[in-house]
Design a protein around this ligand. Structure first.
Ligand code: ADP
Ligand code: MG
Length: 488
């Protein structure tokens, strides 16, 4: 999907306020009644409707008048909300060219203030074949309101948590930097997907390394489930980096053995076909060994799964049980549709020079309020954190502004006011356990995020992003409210 972030520079605070109102409404409505958007946004003199027209023109919302006059966010609208949040946090300052198109994601380069280039993965669940979409719709039909944005957010959250945990345990994965909503920021992998590589200096070594990784993952309690030439990056020194984690499962999953064998089989097949590497049958004849322990392919049953308990660690910290179950249901539905089947995967999109899409971050005293354009000079001051950040510090902790108090009332009177601590897009206010787990997760990921951002920047954090992390308790009431309103 084309991501023209130019429009982002010209959106005003009211535009974002209304866009945010649509997102909030989508927690309870597939299509949000225009009137509800208006009440949440709380703009004066029917301003919401004018803004909605502008958002519609920029394809940030979709209008649906089938049952009533209503709106929903488009992926582009969701992209903008996530990008704005991350820019305001100081994670990156500009968006560049598209570097990858997955089945269910788009990957772009982004650059930090000091010029470090990172990768931004925007999850787009539901972009698969019609059949898959239909089966997922069937699965989702019992939900109070199903929501592709919600599933994409889950995928991002899971990917971020797994990437972080795997990196911490020494697996060759990109550095997990941050995530918000359906967007994951990670280090840019130097190299190419293995599928693009026609020749290797040491195919045997690479083959062994890759098989070793599958085994080591299982020893740590995890199976990648999409471990193939599309999700293995390799650089000029033939160093491997594994990517793409939303479908990972625990070795205790009921289909674990099948997933493990499938990952192994994908690697055998690919190396056999592309590099003419001997298969296990031939190995027995020519006496070569594939895994250093014998001449047979790694078997799930013989893997010692006690070396680590990453799956448990993740279940405890990275991703709530409920979310894991939701994702697994989704994955099960799509069990056949993994990357190896898609020929047009990973094609590179429009090349856009990274500087041409520079997004300016606000550098005013109020931290992280805006993504206003230097050209327009409009300092956006409203924004309301209720998105799907992995970080607690950007959560909405109190009513963000006077005018939004009205929205709160309106929603409460409808019985639809959601916990402001809760950023879940769906079913979120109902489950106390999950909220506790969310709070725990938030704390942990928050710490990780800070570390990762610092690591990615290599040095210190930019001043404005440091400001964003400062004590929120100081200052006048007004500035407190102002700060709250500014947090995304
Ligand atoms: P999907 O889940 O949609 O398959 P992937 O995570 O596999 O998405 O990414 C799709 C493509 O984007 C990859 O094949 C790769 O070319 C590129 N890509 C993804 N992550 C990175 C990264 N961190 N650095 C460089 N390229 C990446
Ligand atoms: Mg992939």
């Amino acid at each position: 999907m084309k991501l023209d972030v130019n429009a982002l520079r010209y959106l005003t605070k009211d535009d974002f306020r209304v866009l945010t109102a649509v997102e909030m409404g989508m927690r309870n409505h597939e299509i949000v009644p225009a009137e509800l958007v208006d009440r949440i946004a709380g703009l004066k003199h029917g301003g919401t409707y004018k803004v909605l027209r502008n958002l519609l023109k920029n394809k940030l919302v979709h209008h649906d008048a089938t049952k009533y006059d209503g709106y929903r966010l488009t992926y582009l609208g969701y992209d903008f909300l996530a990008i704005k949040t991350l820019v305001n946090r100081g994670v990156f300052t500009s968006v560049g060219r598209q570097i990858g198109v997955g089945k269910e994601s788009d990957i772009f380069e982004v650059a930090t203030e000091d010029g470090t280039v990172l990768a931004m993965k925007l999850h787009r669940l539901g972009r698969t074949s019609f059949r898959a979409v239909k089966s997922k719709r069937d699965y989702l039909r019992h939900r109070r309101s199903f929501n592709w944005l919600y599933l994409s957010r889950l995928a991002a959250l899971k990917e971020f948590a797994f990437m972080k945990a795997l990196g911490d345990h020494g697996f060759p994965v990109p550095t997990a930097v941050d995530c918000n909503r359906h967007c994951v920021i990670m280090s840019l992998v130097q190299g190419y997907p293995l599928v693009q590589v026609k020749e290797l200096q040491n195919p045997d070594d690479v083959f062994d390394t890759i098989l070793g990784l599958i085994v080591r993952l299982a020893e740590h309690g995890l199976i990648h489930c999409d471990f193939n030439e599309f999700n293995i990056m390799i650089d000029n020194d033939e160093k491997i980096t594994v990517i793409d984690f939303p479908q990972m499962v625990s070795v205790s999953h009921r289909n674990a053995q099948m997933f493990f064998d499938r990952d192994i089989e994908c690697i055998y097949k690919f190396f056999n076909k592309r590099f003419n590497l001997t298969s296990e049958e031939n190995e027995e004849q020519d006496g070569s060994e594939s895994d250093g322990e014998g001449n047979s392919r790694p078997s799930f049953l013989s893997v010692k799964k006690a070396a680590g308990s990453l799956d448990k660690e993740l279940a405890a910290s990275g991703f709530t049980r409920k979310e894991q179950v939701e994702m697994e249901k989704y994955i099960d539905e799509d069990a056949e549709g993994h990357d190896s089947g898609s020929d047009d995967d990973d094609e590179v999109g429009d090349a856009v020079p990274i500087d041409s899409l520079k997004i300016d971050r606000d550098h005013s005293d109020e931290p992280n309020c805006t993504l206003a354009s230097r050209d327009s000079g409009v300092p956006g001051t409203f924004s309301e954190e209720h998105g799907t950040s992995c970080s607690g510090e950007n959560r909405l902790e109190s009513s963000p502004s006077g005018s939004n108090g009205d929205a709160k009332e309106a929603l409460e009177s409808e019985g639809k006011m959601l916990s402001q601590e809760d950023e879940d897009n769906d079913n979120s206010s109902s489950d106390d356990d999950d909220e506790e787990e969310d709070a725990e997760l938030t704390k942990k990921l928050n710490k990780q995020r800070k570390k990762a951002i610092a690591a990615a920047h290599g040095r210190r954090r930019p001043v404005s992003s440091r400001n964003a992390y400062k004590d929120k308790g100081k200052g006048t009431m007004n500035s407190k409210i102002q700060r709250q309103a500014c947090k995304w």
